[in-house]
Design a protein around this ligand. Sequence first.
Ligand SMILES: [Zn+2]
Length: 171
Amino acid sequence: MIEETVLDILNEYKVKEPPVPVDEIAQKCGINIGRAPSDDFSGFLLRKADNSFIGVNSNDSHPRQRFTIAHELGHYFLHKTKKAFVDYPGTNAEIAFRDNKHNLVRTRSEIEANKFAAALLMPAKHLLEDFSLLRKEELMHLDEKISYLAERYKVSREAMTYRLIDLKLSA
Ligand SMILES: [Zn+2]
């Protein structure tokens, strides 16, 4: 479902190759992006009828900021009934499933937003193509392939590693 939603967006905004222009996609959706330094949040989304807003922590690395924007776009497209999301560094599956029901629901939406972000920044179609081209590079270690792909898609090595595992391209 998430992959399909992302595919529609990639088609609608005619994304032909990486890196996926997440800033541009947000703007075309009528979402303004603002950047400011923070010791606290990594990003947030405020949803309004005609002008929504994504805030990004400008202290974060460029790949991290791109992931934040993609993550907030995930909330924007997947969680339409909620008006605001604030995301903190380290908000992930590890803190899930140990608290009350409210936390559980919040965590599920965070996992979904992260899945959306990975799918948007590293489209399956492009990544499968790129990875199959790299198969010919027999002397290249997996580590180097991950670095090359992370650079090409403008994501962190960590994000690329998870995505490759998710697509069963490495394990
Ligand atoms: Zn979130």
